[in-house]
Design a protein around this ligand. Structure first.
Ligand code: GAF
Length: 370
C-alpha cells in the first residue's frame, strides 16, 4: 500500500494500523442535520487512508501524500494549518487520552466536488487512533469527535451527517440517520437491480461565500426555532401555522427544512416499497426547495440539475452544503451518456468549463485495512 510505504519512508517503521474512511454523497435530507432532522447519505468509493502509530512523547507527526513537502512535526496541535487541522483537531478533541502519534494519510476523494474529504480524513484518523490507543469508541462516537473537531478546531459549524456517513455506511446501502436521537439504519439501495444509477456531476464551481453562508443558514434556522418556541425545526408539526408566525428568510428556511424532512421519509417509503425508479420527483423537489427556499444553489448547480433532467435523468438535485460542489442525477444506466451530453452542452452554451462526471455505487464506511 502506498500510504504504508510513505509512512515507513518518513517515520522509519511500519504503522501500527491502517484505516480507510470514505467520502459521501447525500441522496436526500439537505441542511436538515443541524435542525435535528433526517438524512439519507451513502458512502462513495473514494476516501482517505490513514496509517497510524502511537508515540509516547506527546509529539504528533503528520504526513499527507497529497501535500507538498515532507512530514510536519507539531508539538502543539493549535499550530496546524490547512488539511492538518482536520487530523490535529481529532487528536485535540481526544485530549489526554492520546499521547502522540505518527500519522500518514493518502486521499482520493475528488477535490472541490463537495464529497466530504474532510469527514473522510477525520474519521480515518479517528478510527485508527481509537484502535492504537484502545479507546473503545463506537463508530458514532468517532463521527461525533470528527464533527466536534470540525466545529471547534476548524471553525466550520457543520452537522453530523458527513462524519456519520463516513463512519457508519454499509456497502450497497444508504444510511438513514435521525440526527436528534442518532439512531441509524442501513437501508438497502440496489439501484442497478432497477437498471438505474446515480451519476455525480461535479460542477467544478466553488463559491467563496460557502462557509459564511452555511453559518448564516444555520443561525437563521436556530432563530426561527426560537421564534416558534421549539427546540429545533424538526419539531414543527403544523407547517401552515409556523409559516404564519414567521416572515422573510426565516420563513423560507423553515419551509425548506420541514418539507425536506418529509421528503426523506417519503423517499425511504418508496425504497421500502421497491419503487426506486419513482424517487426522482422527490430529488427534483428537494433541489427546487434548496434553490428557492433555502437559497444555497448557484447557477452551475441549477443548470446541471435542469440539463440532467432534460437529458433523461429521472431526477436530479444538488448534494451537500451548496454554493458549488456536485449534483446527483438518478439515471437509467443506458441514459447516462445522454445525460452527460445534455449537461456538457448546457455548460458549453454558458461558456463554463466542462463538469466532471463520476459514477458511484454505495460503498462501505470506515474499515481497517491492515
Ligand atoms: C455540509 C455539512 F457538513 C453537513 O453537516 C450538512 O449540513 C450539509 O452540508 C448540508 O446538508 O456537508
Amino acid at each position: 500500500m502506498r500510504v504504508t510505504e510513505a509512512f515507513r519512508a518518513a517515520f522509519g517503521a511500519d504503522p501500527r494500523t491502517v484505516w480507510h474512511a470514505p467520502g459521501r454523497v447525500n441522496l436526500i435530507g439537505e441542511h436538515t442535520d443541524y435542525n435535528d432532522g433526517f438524512v439519507l447519505p451513502f458512502a462513495v468509493p473514494w476516501g482517505v487512508t490513514a496509517a497510524v502509530s502511537p508515540r509516547a512523547d506527546g509529539v504528533v507527526r503528520l504526513l499527507s501524500l497529497q501535500a507538498e513537502g515532507g512530514p510536519v512535526t507539531r508539538e502543539r496541535l493549535d499550530g496546524t494549518r490547512g488539511w492538518e487541522r482536520y487530523a490535529a483537531g481529532v487528536l485535540a478533541i481526544l485530549g489526554d487520552r492520546v499521547r502522540g502519534a505518527d500519522i500518514a494519510v493518502d486521499g482520493d476523494v475528488p477535490q472541490g466536488a463537495g464529497l466530504s474529504s474532510s469527514a473522510a480524513l477525520e474519521v480515518s484518523v479517528g478510527s485508527a487512533v481509537n484502535e492504537v490507543y484502545d479507546l473503545g469508541l463506537t463508530p458514532m462516537e468517532i463521527a461525533l469527535i470528527g464533527q466536534k473537531a470540525e466545529n471547534d478546531f476548524v471553525g466550520m459549524p457543520c452537522g453530523i451527517m458527513d462524519q456519520a456517513a463516513s463512519a457508519l455506511s454499509k456497502e450497497g446501502h444508504a444510511l438513514f440517520l435521525d440526527c436528534r436521537s442518532l439512531a441509524s439504519r442501513n437501508v438497502p439501495l440496489d439501484l442497478a437491480a432497477d437498471g438505474l444509477e446515480i451519476l455525480i456531476i461535479d460542477t467544478r464551481a466553488h463559491h467563496e461565500l460557502a462557509d459564511g453562508e452555511y453559518a448564516k443558514r444555520r443561525a437563521e434556522c436556530e432563530s426561527a426555532a426560537r421564534t416558534l418556541g421549539v427546540a429545533a425545526l424538526r419539531d414543527v408539526t403544523d407547517l401552515a401555522d409556523a409559516l404564519g408566525r414567521l416572515s422573510g428568510d426565516e420563513r423560507k428556511r423553515t419551509m425548506h427544512v420541514v418539507t425536506e424532512n418529509h421528503r426523506v421519509e417519503a423517499l425511504i417509503g418508496l425504497l421500502r416499497a421497491g419503487k426506486a425508479a419513482e424517487i426522482g420527483a422527490l430529488l427534483n423537489a428537494s433541489h427546487l426547495s434548496l434553490r428557492d427556499q433555502f437559497e444555497v444553489t448557484v447557477p452551475e448547480l441549477d443548470v446541471a440539475a435542469e440539463a440532467a433532467v432534460r437529458g433523461g435523468a429521472r431526477g436530479a438535485r444538488m448534494t451537500g452544503g451548496g454554493f458549488g460542489g456536485s449534483v446527483i442525477a438518478l439515471t437509467a444506466t443506458d441514459r447516462v451518456e445522454a445525460v452527460q451530453r445534455s449537461v456538457t452542452a448546457a455548460y458549453a452554451e454558458k461558456g463554463w468549463r466542462e463538469p466532471r462526471y463520476l459514477r458511484a455505487t454505495p460503498a462501505q464506511g470506515a474499515r481497517k485495512l491492515a
